[in-house]
Design a protein around this ligand. Structure first.
Ligand SMILES: C[S@@+](CC[C@H](N)C(=O)[O-])C[C@H]1O[C@@H](n2cnc3c(N)ncnc32)[C@H](O)[C@@H]1O
Length: 850
């Protein structure tokens, strides 16, 4: 059984809740134990656990601090952790359960015991849990490093000189051994001083006048790494409270422009104050949502800092009950991906972008970088280490391969800073490429996009119809359902997850309103497509997550240890899962055709796209035109792929086709093939006419054969010159069959009515009678056949798919497949014409005779 599915015993959960409420002053242990009696009846055991916890508060706090349990295990609920430690170290049961939190706490047993038996007392701080030093950044706009050092010396501090920038280890040791009156200059970040921990400067005049800022070293890394030169144009996407904004201004010598954007009005006030105090004149602050900011209003941006809201799990002093649940994490990562994509796609002059978080969770870091890089063809990830020196130790997780290697981490226990993450992107120069770009996902995006456009059109149509009062009661009801679905669908957008903070929610709602308003006017640019893709992927992630949580098990989740309910949904998983689902549906759809030809394929398709099934049959007429539009979209996607320069006409291409076909449930494919055949036929008709003029004595059978072969991609043979038979009959015959085909094509679904069923049956009969003729003609054909190109072969195989349900064709296909690939090249539509032509001629002759 999956460990992650084993639940923490309720006894511990309720005890943790009671302890938390006691700590918040909600009530006494006794009253709260009784209040929560319904949740767990064993009040005696709960009381004992909570009471022991409060008796042992000092020990527990020391253990947590020394073991760094909550830093290393950021997902652990702090109160539950404390209760479990109590049970493990002082309880009778000794924590026998198998749930993940219990496993985690048990894994620390020896560490806890070692710390408890440590005689050196609470004041001793081992290197393992060394408190981070006090970092002071000199605001070089108002002061200078030398001035600041002089000031501190005058205050009685002693400067320790540590000059070897390559000796990071020696530097860290020196920090640990700083005396209470010593300070030194940091070896990585210029103008940063390091003081012993617990030093306070809040009342220092230099702090009050803005000459120094109390900023953690890790938080200085992003700007140090972005390093915009004086005079440049910089965008600080998430600016408040403004530590990095003012750092930017300082690094730029207060020359150039820093656009500092902050959405939250209160935080914007703080930002404005800090910027003002710092004397950063080159900063322009905006109380805006960054996702509403584009190149037009912020032209010439060359450097971008993306420092979005995050879980804060890297903050050493974070509040202990700052628990990150999965839905919050999902909404954060959704937002982080969106904002990073915005930076990389909306500012054409941007040449360097730094993404940073104070989170230690790979979901918010390496995985965000991965997802963004997979669909970006303008930027590459560059090794962040080069900007801080090779002696820097901590990089991203090896689980993410080269992405991990190129990213940078600061870690509390090793770098004596807050936990922090930095990734650096640079615009691709000519001939360079983003090695993490993933064509499969990029192409998948196009499908999602077509799908979304179709849904939007449907929604618009519904709105229009509703607005015009055209709907009768019945339709209104069923469409209401759909409408409801679409609204729910919007709700499930990752960015609008219920757990998004209020201020984030506000921004999202405003954006959505605006987006809805301007939706119809928006021209589709590549960047819009990118954004759309992100939204669509998010939606799909959510559909899949909600529809079929169990499927997560089979997904390619990078962190294998993750709980399936973690909701850590990957793009690729979405693709896999939806493929699986679609092919299942496709299969079902085919079965349904056999069972009941009135079952509408379109319905299946609609269902596949998330619309409710009920009462659709009544409204088929409303759907038909949309459906055709959608088919057009999918056709376009396929054509785009076909025409794209990276088209590889081999297995990869087949794979692409397969993916899309599976995704669309094979529906659009049918129409596309028919369409292709029609194109061919009109070509053929044209050629036939030309030939009639050329040579009225050409031989018909030879001509048919040649025509057929030409249309199937064979080289024009010299036999064309010796054509002898008459063409006019053939033209008529072709026309007849074409009409039948066209009628089928024009019928708004595939085999939807008895009529079309009948037509198909006729064609099948014709096909059947053709098989014998075909066998003969094939023998002849083989003699003059040249092996077709791979693309042609695939095309022809595709054509075959159209008749895959026909038993005779199946039989035939199997037979010829085994023989030789040449044999597969049989275009059924052409052979139908051949048979029609013969039959008609025969009939004509008979009539004449009569
Ligand atoms: C991690 S903090 C930034 C810290 C800041 N860079 C600094 O160093 O002082 C993230 C900030 O982004 C803001 N924010 C979140 N979403 C935003 C959006 N869509 N547009 C602009 N600001 C946003 C939050 O209100 C928050 O103040």
């Amino acid at each position: 059984m999956n460990k992650h599915s084993i639940k923490v015993p309720r006894l511990y959960k309720v005890s943790a809740l009671v302890a938390k409420e006691v700590s918040e002053g909600i009530g006494s242990i006794k009253s709260l134990v009784y209040e929560h009696k319904k949740k767990h009846p064993n009040i005696k055991a709960i009381y004992a656990l909570v009471a022991t916890l409060f008796q042992k508060t000092d020990e527990i706090e020391t253990l947590l601090k020394r073991s760094q349990l909550l830093v290393k295990e950021p997902k652990l609920n702090p109160w539950l952790a404390k209760i479990l430690i109590i049970e493990l170290l002082w309880g009778k049961k000794k924590l026998p359960g198998q749930s993940k939190p219990e496993d985690t706490i048990r894994a620390y047993e020896q560490i806890f015991k070692a710390h408890l038996s440590d005689d050196s007392g609470k004041e001793t701080i081992s290197k393992d849990c060394y408190s981070k030093p006090r970092y002071v950044r000199i605001n070089t706009i108002l002061s200078s490093l030398n001035e600041a050092i002089e000031t501190f010396r005058n205050d009685g501090w002693t400067l320790v000189k540590f000059l070897d920038k390559t000796d990071y280890k020696g530097y860290l040791e020196r920090i640990v051994s700083l005396n209470n009156d010593e300070f030194l200059v940091d070896i990585h970040v210029p103008n940063l001083l390091v003081f012993p921990s617990k030093t306070t400067f809040y009342n220092h005049p230099a702090y009050k006048n803005g000459s120094i800022l109390l900023q953690d070293k890790a938080s200085c890394l992003p700007v140090h790494i972005l390093d915009p030169p004086p005079g440049s144009t910089v965008l600080d996407m998430c600016a408040a409270p403004g530590m990095k904004t003012t750092h930017l201004a300082a690094v730029m010598n207060n020359q150039g422009t820093v656009y500092a954007i902050e959405r939250n009005p209160k935080r914007f006030e703080t930002l404005s104050k800090i910027v003002e105090t710092s004397g950063a004149k080159c900063v322009k602050t905006y109380n805006k949502d960054i996702l509403d900011c584009f190149n037009e209003a912020f032209p010439g941006v060359e450097y971008i800092l993306v420092d979005p809201s995050c879980s804060g799990t890297g903050m050493v002093d974070r509040p202990e009950d700052n628990e990150i649940d999965q839905s919050r994490l999902r909404s954060l990562t959704g937002f982080q991906i969106k904002i990073l994509r915005h930076a990389l796609t909306k500012f054409p002059d941007a040449k360097k972008v730094v993404y940073s978080t104070c989170s230690v969770l790979p979901e918010e870091n390496e995985d965000v970088v991965r997802q963004v890089l997979e669909t970006n063809y303008n930027f590459k990830l560059v090794p962040a280490k080069q900007f801080v020196g090779e002696s820097w130790q901590n990089v991203g997780s090896s689980e993410f391969g080269d992405i991990g290697k190129n990213c940078l981490y600061a870690k509390p226990n090793e770098d004596y800073t807050n936990g922090f993450f930095v990734a650096v992107f640079e615009r691709l120069k000519e001939g360079e490429e983003n090695q993490f770009f993933n064509t499969k996902i990029f192409n998948f995006k196009k499908h999602v996009q077509a799908n979304e456009r179709w849904k939007e059109k449907k929604q618009k149509k519904f709105d229009d119809q509703n607005h015009n009062g055209k709907l009768d009661e019945e339709n209104t009801d069923s469409l209401k359902k759909k409408h409801k679905y679409t609204n729910d669908n919007t709700k499930t957008d990752i960015s609008s997850n219920t757990d998004v903070k209020e201020e984030e929610m506000e921004g999202i709602t405003n954006r959505k309103k605006k987006k809805k308003k301007s939706n119809e006017n928006i021209q589709e640019t590549p960047t819009n497509l990118e954004e759309e893709y992100l939204e669509n992927v998010s939606k799909r992630a959510k559909y899949d997550h909600e529809d079929d949580t169990n499927n997560l098990k089979g997904s390619r989740v990078l962190n294998n240890e993750k709980d399936e309910n973690d909701g850590y949904v990957q793009d690729i998983k979405i693709e896999d899962d939806s493929n699986k689902k679609k092919s299942k549906k496709k299969k079902r759809s085919k079965e349904n055709i056999d069972e009941d030809n009135h079952t509408n394929n379109k319905e299946e398709f609609t269902e596949n796209n998330g619309f409710e099934e009920s009462s659709k049959k009544k409204k088929r007429k409303h759907k038909k035109s949309d459906e055709v539009d959608n088919v057009e979209d999918v056709k376009n996607v396929k054509n785009e792929i076909k025409n794209s320069t990276d088209l590889i006409k081999t297995e990869e291409m087949k794979e692409k086709y397969k993916n899309i076909e599976e995704l669309i449930g094979g529906y659009a494919q049918e129409i596309k093939i028919e369409d292709d055949n029609n194109k061919k036929k009109s070509k053929k008709k044209k050629k036939s006419k030309e030939n009639i003029d050329e040579d009225n004595h050409a031989n018909k059978s030879n001509n048919d054969k040649e025509e057929f072969m030409e249309n199937n991609g064979f080289e024009e043979s010299s036999k064309k010159k010796t054509r002898k038979h008459e063409k006019s009959d053939e033209v008529d015959d072709v026309k007849d069959v074409k009409e039948v085909n066209n009628e089928i094509k024009n019928s708004t679904g595939y085999i939807k009515t008895e009529e079309t069923k009948e037509k198909r049956k006729n064609i099948e009969e014709l096909l059947e009678s053709n098989i014998n003729v075909d066998k003969k003609s094939k023998k002849k054909k083989r003699k003059v056949t040249e092996e077709p190109g791979e693309e042609e072969q695939i095309n022809n195989l595709e054509k075959h798919e159209r008749y895959q349900d026909d038993p005779d064709v199946k039989k035939k296909k199997k037979k010829v497949k085994n023989a030789h690939l040449d044999d597969i090249i049989v275009d059924q539509s052409d052979t139908i014409e051949l048979v029609c032509s013969k039959k008609k001629k025969k009939k004509k002759r008979e009539t004449e005779n009569i």
